[in-house]
Ligand binder design. Structure first.
Ligand SMILES: Cc1ncc(COP(=O)(O)O)c(C=O)c1O
Length: 408
């Protein structure tokens, strides 16, 4: 008889956003007259930059003629896109990454979930706590996380690195040495960042211990402060210990279009094997490339016009972040993030769990956020709001929260 991958059964409850969806839908069905404002899921709301749209239109037209028609894309991505990525995301920042170290994909979610496949099941992983749930869940599915400990809300074989108010929501080097370290800065959900010199310590640690860092830079476009690195390859020696994940979702609005890339330097070798060669093998076996039209659209952000449109898009969301941060601070909430990131991380009022506060905001002011406990045990007692709404909705949501909090 067929047996299933029983590791899946170890995953607690439903995926965080499915549970949120269920509660919001139930409330909306029972209260059809209420205007619910969603500042929960990290999805963008503003249209694609016009340079992207124009370039995609041209690419669609190319598909209409046999002289310019394109079939399967090259496994690792079109050169025009990989060259532009190298130029703008790396060379301009002084990072020595070449185009053939870049693997174009359909987004950072797939890559962040799939990258663990090239590592042995016995590796110990370390994650920031709280963090984007995909890192832990994908390792649970692969049988690398041990058992779920219900009362602690964590897995027995995962090294959780608490990111708390005391540590500025940054992790500290773990005592127990991990084989694979997931870092995500600017962080989802806390919006925290670390400086270049702090990140250098992680790179030195990984090189010293022989660990690999998987660095998720999905939110790098939101960085405003000079001492916060956009790429881990700004640190010396990162090319011998780090893999980096990028997304076109949050900078250019590609959440529904789908595009991302993963960088693996050729110098990164573990167990005597180049990780670049393993991922190339995996990519060419299991993936047939992001669509030509989408890669063309993505390449448009690496032009002068595209760069200024992306900046404007990010500025739009950061205006929301400032409004949320300011409004909640004035109302007496303890808040962080929102400076180099589109996420605002707030402490729930005394005596309320993350889900209590979720239900409270949904029912009392019809605003949807994300319970911090969904991102790891140290997220309990916190709540995430995103800056990805429209100006109008964001202002209305914040004003509702601020006005209501006097009755808490
Ligand atoms: C930290 C992090 N990485 C990756 C992703 C997924 O990005 P993509 O849309 O490129 O799959 C998200 C999405 O919310 C994220 O928060």
């Amino acid at each position: 008889m067929t047996r299933i991958n029983r590791n899946y059964l170890k995953l607690p409850g439903s995926y965080l956003f499915s549970e949120i969806g269920k509660r919001v839908n139930a409330y909306a069905a029972a209260n059809p007259d209420k205007k619910i404002i969603r500042l929960g899921i990290g999805d963008v709301t503003q249209p694609l930059p016009s340079s992207v749209i124009d370039t995609m239109h041209e690419a669609v037209d190319e598909m209409a003629h046999k002289e310019t028609f394109k079939g399967y894309a090259p496994d690792l991505g079109y050169d025009f896109l990989r060259n532009s990525i190298t130029e703008y995301d790396y060379k301009k920042r002084g990072c020595n990454i070449s185009a053939d170290e870049i693997f174009v994909s359909d987004g950072a979610k797939c890559d962040s979930g799939n990258i663990q496949e090239i590592f042995d099941a016995d590796n110990r992983i370390a994650v920031c706590d709280p963090v984007y749930p995909v890192y832990v869940d994908s390792n649970v599915m692969a049988g690398r996380a041990g058992d779920y400990i219900e009362e602690k809300g964590c897995f027995s074989d995962v090294i959780y690195m608490p990111c708390t108010e005391e540590t500025g929501f940054a992790p500290t080097l773990p005592k127990e040495v991990p084989d694979i370290i997931y870092l995500c800065f600017p962080n989802n959900p806390t919006g925290a960042t670390i400086t270049r010199s702090e990140l250098q310590k992680w790179v030195d640690y990984a090189n010293d211990k022989g660990s690999v860092i998987i660095y998720d830079a999905a939110y790098e476009a939101y960085i405003r402060q000079d001492d916060v690195p956009h790429s881990i390859y700004e640190c010396d020696g990162a090319d011998t210990c780090a893999i980096e994940l990028h997304s076109f979702s949050k900078n250019a609005g590609f959440t529904g279009v789908r595009l991302g890339y993963t960088t693996i330097p050729k110098k990164l070798v573990r167990d005597g094997v180049s990780l670049h060669s393993l991922w190339a093998r995996r990519h060419s076996t299991k993936y047939n490339g992001a669509p030509y039209i989408v890669q063309k659209g993505g390449s448009a952000i690496y032009t002068e016009k595209g760069q200024s449109e992306v900046r404007a898009l990010v500025d739009y969301y950061m205006e929301n972040a400032a409004y949320i941060l300011d409004g909640l601070k004035k109302a007496g909430y303890s808040v962080s993030g929102g400076v180099n990131a589109p996420y605002i991380w707030l402490k729930t009022p005394e005596g309320m769990t993350s889900w209590d506060f979720f239900d409270h905001l949904l029912k009392e002011v019809n605003v949807v956020g994300t319970p911090g406990s969904g991102f790891g045990p140290h997220g309990e007692g916190y709540f995430r709001l995103t800056a990805f709404g429209s100006h109008e909705n964001t202002r209305e949501a914040v004003d509702r929260i601020v006005n209501f909090s006097y009755n808490l």
